[in-house]
Design a protein around this ligand. Structure first.
Ligand SMILES: C[S@@+](CC[C@H](N)C(=O)[O-])C[C@H]1O[C@@H](n2cnc3c(N)ncnc32)[C@H](O)[C@@H]1O
Length: 507
């Protein structure tokens, strides 16, 4: 019966053209941006202006499911002609008192672009604080948030057999993975999350996801996957009476122990060559660099690891961020009580700041790990139309390509400069020669690399025709430098440029 109702809902949403584009056209970019800040007044004003000329189905659905306001039963019956108020009630989407129908769930369109092209879905999740008018409940099932989109953008999209999405919530990562995997297992400790995730998969016609209930890796004991993705409940929360522990963000462990558990657990669930991609927080403690701790979590797992820190917050900023995220407003006594609890908790572990970032782990195809990279990239990213995951996969391939080549073999390779790379030259006014030369990556992490004349000439000549050694030979002649010394100096830099995607190996 549920399937039949979901089927009718899908058909109604389709007929109503309930899409991201329709909603933006309904209320405009400014209201869209305000909604991202959790403010609905501009959208409401825009809807009221449009309603003067009549209400259409998408406006009714937006008012009810996106803005969280009641609508009349006749209006909803008109907006969902095959499901009707009765079907929507049975599905748990709404409740009606006869005069008004109010939302019980959030339902909104979501659009994306990945390597397979543009896509559009509808996502059901719990109502946010805007619709509830109060802080979230501890069993709240999250919709598609900023962190969800960060991880889905990071997801490598290389076709694979099996993917595990650990902590699936509304199912968004599993649904993305279902586009490049034969089959996906999506797990969650929350039964309610799994109910909503199942509805979302069905609503969007996705049939290759299996949903399982349980704690961390327990539902997949003894199984291995080609890819694991997880936006785990990594938020550091004081374990104290009276501090809400939100299931969607709080894994119930002290400090950053949950992230450590997911990293350590991944090793037993990856096939050789399999990759795990996670988001995480890590604590900096007095006298202890967080990267030493995070590196320690990977030690002994046998995994390649590439950890990228994107941001750091001090304990006060961190506490404010996550107390507000739970819907508690600053300036209230409750906010200050929670703030104190957070700072006490951090002080107990002598935490000085908290890092946030991306974790990529990989089970080597054979032999010991060859990649251990921990870096801080706090700046803005390059432009990655189909997601950063495409760049991550290419960077791993670049690493593998150069790691198995001796210097002699590297010298024989014909490399090509990547199409998103540009060179900047800076001159003192009137000077003939540049004082600084910088290589800039347009995509990926938008990295920059300072260059000297030799490296600049080498990159400039890397058009896939000449070998590295031949180019270095010509440069040595031009600069009147010793060929072998120059080669020795440039080869490590070439390796780094291949690993970072500035130079592409031959096909
Ligand atoms: C931050 S949400 C991520 C949801 C979704 N994957 C996304 O990217 O938006 C974390 C999810 O992990 C689930 N979770 C919390 N503790 C868990 C545990 N011990 N084992 C498995 N899942 C857990 C929560 O219920 C929640 O759905």
């Amino acid at each position: 019966m549920i399937s039949e109702l979901v089927h009718r809902l899908r058909s109604d949403l389709d007929s109503a053209r309930f899409t991201v584009t329709t909603l933006t056209a309904l209320w405009g970019d400014e209201a869209d941006a305000a909604l991202h800040r959790n403010e609905r007044v501009p959208a409401l004003r825009a809807l009221a202006r449009r309603e003067e000329t009549g209400v259409d189905a998408s406006a009714t659905l937006a008012r009810l499911f996106v803005l969280g306001l009641p609508v009349g039963p006749d209006e909803l019956n008109a907006a969902l002609p095959t499901l009707g108020v009765a079907g929507a009630t049975e599905l748990g989407l709404v409740a009606s008192d006869g005069a008004d129908v109010r939302p019980l769930l959030d339902l909104r369109p979501y659009s994306f672009v990945d390597a397979a092209g543009a896509g559009s879905w509808w996502i059901v999740s719990d109502l946010g604080e805007l619709a509830l008018g109060r802080p979230l409940g501890e069993e709240h099932v999250l919709g598609v948030g900023g962190a969800s989109m960060t991880l889905s953008g990071l997801m490598m999209q290389t076709p694979v057999g099996s993917v595990l999405d650990l902590g699936t919530g509304c199912g968004i990562q599993a649904m993305h993975a279902a586009r490049h995997a034969v089959s996906v297992v999506a797990t969650d400790i929350s039964e309610r999350a799994l109910v909503l995730a199942r509805i979302n998969a069905e609503l969007n016609g996705i049939s290759n996801i299996e949903f399982r209930h349980g704690d961390l890796f327990e539902p997949v004991r003894g199984e291995r996957f080609d890819q694991i993705v997880s936006n785990p409940p990594f938020v550091i929360t004081p374990r104290m009476e009276g501090v809400p522990a939100y299931e969607y963000r709080d894994g119930g462990m002290e400090g950053d122990a949950l992230v450590e558990a997911v990293i350590r657990g991944a090793a037993a669930h990856l096939h050789p060559g399999g990759v795990a991609q996670l988001l995480g927080n890590w604590e900096y403690r007095v006298g202890q660099d967080a990267f030493r701790r995070v590196g320690g979590w990977v030690d002994g797992t046998g995994l390649d690891a590439w950890i990228i820190e994107r941001d750091v917050q001090d304990p006060a900023q961190y506490a404010e961020t996550w107390i507000r995220d739970g819907g508690t407003r600053s300036g209230t006594p409750e906010f200050e009580r929670l703030y104190t609890a957070w700072l006490d908790d951090f002080a107990a572990r002598r935490v000085t700041s908290v890092g946030f970032g991306y974790i990529t782990l990989r089970m080597p195809l054979a032999g010991p790990p060859t990649l251990r990279r921990l870096e801080r990239l706090h700046g803005s990213l390059g432009s990655n139309e189909t997601g950063l995951g495409v760049h991550l996969a290419a960077a791993l391939a670049g690493h593998d390509w150069q790691a198995v080549r001796s210097n002699e073999e590297l010298g024989l390779a014909q490399l090509t400069v990547a199409p998103d790379v540009t060179e900047e030259r800076h001159y003192w006014p009137g000077a003939e020669h540049p004082t600084a030369m910088v290589l800039r990556q347009g995509g990926g992490f938008g990295r920059t690399v300072r260059m000297d004349t030799g490296l600049s000439a080498l990159v400039g000549a890397s058009d896939g025709d000449l070998s590295v050694a031949a180019v270095v030979g010509a440069i040595a002649q031009l600069l009147d430098a010793d060929y072998l010394e120059l080669l020795d100096e440039l080869l490590p830099r070439v390796r780094a440029l291949v690993e970072d995607g500035f130079l592409l190996p031959p096909h």
